[in-house]
Design a protein around this ligand. Structure first.
Ligand SMILES: Cc1ncc(C[n+]2csc(CCOP(=O)(O)OP(=O)(O)O)c2C)c(N)n1
Ligand code: SF4
Ligand SMILES: [Mg+2]
Length: 347
């Protein structure tokens, strides 16, 4: 007697893809590196949100962190730029095709040291883009020198003490124009997932600074970016919940305690304050909270600021919806009369 075995049903997301379709190459980073945990969160979030991987473009610069896009979304487009120059490449690409979802992964050196100028200009523009800083306070790839986010007084393995104050990438992002600003820790799976999903749904520039310990060069006693330091000093600002647009969950929200922010695609980010009075639509509150935390040597994590109303760079430039490469010549090339007129004016 023969029995027919039914193969087990494969788990798929809302666009019928398995999680495998969201993975990339096998990582070559060190065991325990925080960057690996962030790649895993990216895979999970893009899978769970049902993002079409072929409609995603990944960007990075140079560093261990900047190698990460190779380890997720293997079916997506990717561009690995020069050290610190990812923002201008990403800006050009996103302008050329506003139908793709852009995600950049960078390091604290890539962003706050060599790439600071590029980062600042990206912040001004509210480009719809997810900008993840994998922040370990050192240049991991070149063997662990201090970066510009290293805290004053923190110590290298060699005993060298950092005598310069750090740039706080979230404070810069708040001051200069990003519309979703958050900090998380690579070891906080739920918080990082929620922030990433909100960033996927947000139409504007999301800056996510993720403290991501470098197990090889900056995970020792005296480091302020180590796993043990984060365990003791992670101060969570708010509890976060993400309700995607395709799950119609209506829950009574108690007045005043939870703020619900509706994102561009109809998803909702629910922000519940913990302890202190805090308004995530106030840059002033956010900067004050960051300053206070720094004075107490705490690492504040959570969503600091969100604004869903500010026009994006594409809106400001009045860009076409269609990718520029698909526009007919009649649209991209000025007619002969326009050129003749310009020449006439130059006479
Ligand atoms: C123009 C240029 N300058 C310097 C370097 C050397 N370099 C490569 S990666 C890096 C720093 C990487 O640090 P970070 O961005 O924090 O990434 P991590 O390796 O810590 O993840 C440096 C200085 C380079 N590749 N190119
Ligand atoms: S050197 Fe540090 S940052 Fe680079 S892969 Fe190893 S642990 Fe990660
Ligand atoms: Mg680094």
């Amino acid at each position: 007697m023969s029995t027919t075995l039914t193969p087990p049903l494969k788990k798929v997301n809302r666009i019928a893809f398995e999680v495998l379709s969201y993975k990339g190459a096998k990582t070559t980073l060190c065991a325990g590196c925080g960057h690996n945990a962030i790649s895993e969160r990216v895979v999970e979030c893009f899978y769970e949100m049902g993002v079409e991987p072929w409609n995603v473009a990944k960007f990075s610069g140079i560093g261990c962190s900047s190698k990460s896009p190779a380890y997720f979304l293997g079916m997506s487009h990717g561009f690995n730029g020069v050290h610190g120059r990812m923002p201008s490449i990403a800006t050009g690409a996103m302008l050329a095709n506003r139908t793709v979802l852009g995600i950049g992964v960078t390091g604290d050196g890539d962003t706050a040291s060599i790439g600071l100028g590029q980062f600042m200009h990206l912040l001004r523009r509210n480009l719809p883009f997810i900008y993840i800083i994998e922040d370990n306070g050192v240049y991991g790839l070149t063997k662990g020198q201090f970066s510009a986010t290293a805290d004053l007084g923190s110590k290298l393995k060699t005993g060298v003490i950092n005598d310069l104050p750090p740039f706080d990438c979230c404070a810069l992002a708040l001051r200069c124009g990003a519309t979703l600003v958050a900090r998380s820790f690579s070891g906080d799976k739920k918080q990082l997932q929620t922030i990433l999903k909100a960033a996927i749904a947000h139409q504007g520039l999301s800056v996510i600074d993720v403290i991501s310990p470098c197990t090889t060069f900056n995970d020792h006693e005296g480091s302020t970016k180590s796993y043990s330091y984060m365990k003791e000093h992670d101060e969570i600002l708010n509890e976060l919940d993400f309700v995607p647009f395709y799950e119609d969950i209506s829950v009574e929200i108690p007045d005043g305690e939870v703020r619900e922010v509706e994102l561009h695609d109809g998803s909702k980010l629910r922000i519940r304050k913990i302890g202190r009075d805090y308004d995530p639509s106030s840059k002033f509150d956010a900067l004050k909270a960051l300053d206070e935390a720094q004075q107490k040597s705490e690492v504040l994590t959570g969503v600091f600021y969100i604004d869903t109303t500010k026009p994006t760079f594409m809106d400001m430039l009045n860009m076409e919806d269609a990718p520029l490469a698909t526009l007919p010549e009649s649209k991209v090339r000025p007619p002969k009369e326009a050129l003749d007129q310009a020449m006439e004016e130059l006479r």
